[in-house]
Ligand binder design. Structure first.
Ligand code: DX5
Ligand code: ZN
Length: 216
């Protein structure tokens, strides 16, 4: 299976969002990654449900929603109503993680858990079979265009070993600093899904940049 590419809309041109969604629709991208920030869990604010709902009306690919917000359990229905296919919540933002994952899956969405750079993989060892996707943050969440934290590669390998030991189908997603240099290393370590923002939207030809990631 080739790697899944999920371009992050955070680095798109917000004045011409329709143009960038059309680019995603016509490109080899598999999903569209959307970053919601609350200014409390992370020190930044991005966009919210009304924007996602508008995007979902023209988007022809699965919406991969990354909620960098406190109390994500309060926003399951709204995330579903925005057309999300994947609801990714932070381990650090959710006290009753197992209950919340069950509630997300009951809606038909895929349930993802995201780990900050300082959160070890082993906090998920007892519930890994209940998680559709684990997303490793390879930068501190809140901003696009940051440098890749190299120790994330070791973390991906640890997560891969955990998934194999437990014989489950959990996919590994990596978010932050993904580019032409880091992507091959991440795939080699066991990454299934690459999130990439500034590398794709900041490139001269996003179509060929997406194609080059898919070809790895
Ligand atoms: C950061 C977001 C990322 C961001 C990645 O908090 O979760 O999805 O858009 O941006 P790049 O690819 O530029 O590091
Ligand atoms: Zn993200």
């Amino acid at each position: 299976m080739s790697v899944i590419v999920s371009p992050s809309l955070l680095s798109a041109d917000f004045l011409h969002l329709y143009k960038d969604i059309e680019m995603i629709n016509n490109s080899d991208a598999d999903w569209l990654h959307m970053d919601v920030m609350d200014g409390s869990f992370v020190p930044n604010i991005s966009f919210g449900f009304p924007v996602m709902k508008a995007v979902s009306k023209v988007l022809k690919k699965p919406m991969d929603v990354h909620l960098m917000i406190k109390h994500p359990e309060n926003y399951i229905q709204q995330t579903l109503d925005c057309g999300a296919a994947i609801m990714n919540i932070h381990y650090e933002a959710c006290v009753h993680l197992h209950r919340t994952l069950q509630a997300i899956k009951a809606t038909g969405m895929k349930a993802g858990v995201t780990l900050n750079p300082s959160t070890p993989v082993n906090v998920l060892e007892d519930i890994i079979g209940d998680i559709d996707i684990v997303q490793i943050m390879s930068v501190n969440p809140g901003f696009g265009g940051q440098s890749f934290i190299k120790s994330s590669l070791k973390k991906v390998r640890k997560l891969k070993a955990l998934i194999e030991n437990e014989h489950c189908n959990t996919l590994i997603e990596v978010d932050g600093g993904v580019n032409g240099e880091t992507a091959p290393l991440l795939i080699d370590a066991g990454t299934d899904i690459l999130v990439s923002g500034s590398y794709i939207f900041g490139s001269k030809n996003p179509y060929s940049t997406i194609k080059s990631l898919k070809a790895l």
